[in-house]
Design a protein around this ligand. Structure first.
Ligand code: 5GP
Length: 177
């Protein structure tokens, strides 16, 4: 399959994404008003969702970036690797983890354990997408944008072999064999 020649159909439109992001941003604004909160972008897939979401959080926040990788092509390897660590300690801070999609739950489970081991004041998890049918590791999320069926999606930060992250919407792939 040539990564650049996939047939795509819109699955979640820009309008649907922005409406949901405003709702989550408003909830996080209320929750963290007057608190010291660090919002962590999980790279690479959540960078677009993250940058839209933080602009809907209407209270003081600081930003951090945490890189992990677990996917190869269209399948999870089941092994999570840190590709970029946080730049400062998070002990005593309220942490919001922003992830693109929870599939098997392996990555989010790993992230939660890794962050909790660093003694934050609290940990809140946000995922734009969740595939409940694909879940292999129990993984309770605090805020989910959309629950989707167990199919591969691209766009709005999510890639296939590095491509399609710049699509402004979430797309399903029509011509996977
Ligand atoms: P998990 O560890 O939950 O199986 O996988 C989480 C990671 O796998 C996500 O952060 C994302 O990078 C990748 N992933 C899972 N499902 C999809 C999908 O449908 N499309 C894309 N592009 N990436 C996915």
């Amino acid at each position: 399959m040539n990564a650049k020649n996939l047939q795509l159909s819109t699955y979640i439109s820009e309008e649907q994404l922005q409406k949901k992001i405003s709702e989550i941003g408003s909830i996080l604004t209320d929750k963290f008003m007057n608190k010291k909160v660090t919002v962590v972008c999980i790279l690479k897939g959540s960078f677009i969702f993250y940058s839209d979401l933080i602009r809907k959080i209407n209270t003081d926040i600081t930003c951090e970036f945490f890189g992990v990788s677990s996917y190869s092509g269209m399948t999870s390897t089941g092994e999570v690797k840190i590709t970029l660590d946080l730049t400062s300690p998070i002990s005593g801070q309220h942490i919001v983890l922003v992830e693109d999609i929870v599939d098997t739950g392996v990555t989010m489970d790993y992230l939660k354990k890794t962050i909790e081991a660093r003694n934050p004041a609290s940990l809140t998890t946000v995922a734009l997408l969740e595939k409940p049918e694909a879940l292999k590791v129990p993984c309770k999320l605090d805020h989910v944008g959309f629950q989707i069926t167990n199919e591969f999606v691209v766009g709005y930060g999510l890639d296939y072999q590095g491509y399609y992250r710049n699509l402004p919407y979430i797309a399903q792939v029509q011509n996977f064999q």
